[in-house]
Design a protein around this ligand. Structure first.
Ligand SMILES: Cc1cc2nc3c(=O)[nH]c(=O)nc-3n(C[C@H](O)[C@H](O)[C@H](O)COP(=O)(O)O)c2cc1C
Length: 365
């Protein structure tokens, strides 16, 4: 089920060319008007705290939950929507350093981000220290607040070549990589890891110590092994153990699907904050400590219009409705709409038509 989301999202993403001319709402007057109306309807009282909850290096983080990087899903529009509801920071979908250094035609697609996403990090993956460093150096011209290294991707094509979770099998390389990045890159370096390759190779404590000793500013643990991928239950005891083992901030990740579980995970593990992936798809309310099931259809439709407007600004009016399809069912989970609604919503090939369709339904509410 999970991998289906990943696959279809990736497929669509790869078929969509980024339009660099239209990544800001402010540059499109028609969109700006719709956007203005949406903003006046939205109540996104963010749950951000007044005092920093923790620091990544010297960067204060004002919140205890944030959106996970998710390839094909957590693009700039989703990060913007999530951040407005209180996601404490933003991390890009993973950037493939191999593609980057080799001038892949889509390499610029994942770069633009909106200032409201800050604190913002690019996440990079590869198995080669020099390519990762070159990519991080290049990305510095866009002024991210920090750089995150992916040591958790379980995808076979990635991890079997020693990138993502595959990197955790080479502790010495991890040490050299982080030492190099800390020396060469002027912003904090963070890392996202798993428990290890499989249950016989649980080396998260060893890797985390290396990360800390070489200057990594924050560690996120997705508490599953590479072999588990997304199956089984995330091991929150391991997160608690890691918190005791290192002194840098630890972020817990895995299986937070309801806002009540944010405080549950923090209380259980003493982690500084929680990263939320699948539980935040079509559900930015989770960052606002609200239950999607309690959100009236009307409010959900306004948030969908906001998300669609941001996607239109980013991808253009012909591509946005196609890319938006993957979010529709998530936003409307348990909303009890007839199948004919989805049949129609999945057919629009222009943002204007889809936005009008959603607004028509709004009128009936
Ligand atoms: C479709 C999909 C794409 C993902 N892409 C990334 C990625 O690019 N980088 C990353 O670090 N993790 C990625 N992940 C893993 C998530 O960040 C997160 O660790 C995982 O979903 C567990 O958290 P959850 O239980 O809150 O979903 C992805 C997960 C999904 C479902």
């Amino acid at each position: 089920m999970i991998m289906e989301i990943g696959k279809s999202a990736r497929f669509r993403q790869n078929n969509v060319k980024f339009n660099p001319k239209c990544h800001s709402i402010n540059q499109n007057p028609k969109l700006f008007n719709l956007f203005f109306r949406i903003m006046s309807q939205l109540n996104t009282k963010s749950s951000a705290s007044k005092e920093p909850v923790f620091f990544i290096g010297s960067i204060p983080i004002f919140g205890k939950a944030f959106l996970a990087p998710m390839d094909g899903l957590s693009d700039s529009p989703l990060r913007q929507v999530s951040r407005r509801f209180g996601s404490a920071l933003s991390i890009s979908e993973f950037v493939n350093a191999f593609n980057f250094v080799n001038g892949h035609p889509h390499r610029e697609n994942q770069i633009p981000f909106d200032p409201i996403e800050r604190p913002f990090a690019y996440q990079i993956f590869d198995n080669d220290i020099s390519r990762i460093t070159t990519t991080a150096q290049y990305l510095m011209k866009y002024q991210p607040d920090f750089i995150d290294i992916n040591m958790g991707c379980s995808n076979r094509a990635v991890s079997n070549r020693g990138a993502g979770a595959g990197l955790m099998r080479e502790p010495q390389k991890v040490a050299s990589l982080i030492s190099t990045l800390v020396k060469e890159i002027p912003v904090p370096i963070t890392a996202k890891i798993r428990l290890g390759w499989d249950e016989n190779e649980l080396n998260y404590l060893e890797i985390a110590k290396i990360l800390e000793d070489t200057g990594c500013a924050c560690i996120t643990l997705h508490a599953r092994t590479r072999v588990q991928q997304y199956s089984g239950i995330a091991d929150w005891d391991a997160i608690a153990q890691l918190v005791q083992h290192v002194s840098v901030p630890v972020i817990g990740n895995g299986d937070v699907l309801h806002y009540l579980q944010i405080d549950e995970m923090i209380a259980y593990t003493q982690c500084k904050a929680v990263m939320i992936g699948r539980g935040a798809i079509g559900n930015p309310w989770i960052f606002n400590h609200q239950d999607r099931e309690q959100i009236p259809l009307r409010d959900r439709l306004w948030v969908m219009l906001d998300h669609l407007a941001r996607m239109t600004a980013y991808y253009g009016a012909d591509r946005a409705p196609v890319l938006f399809r993957k979010f529709i069912k998530h936003y409307l989970k348990d909303a009890d709409l007839p199948a004919s609604f989805y049949q129609k919503a999945f057919c629009f090939d222009s943002s204007d038509k889809l936005a009008q369709f959603l607004q028509d339904i709004l009128q009936d509410q």
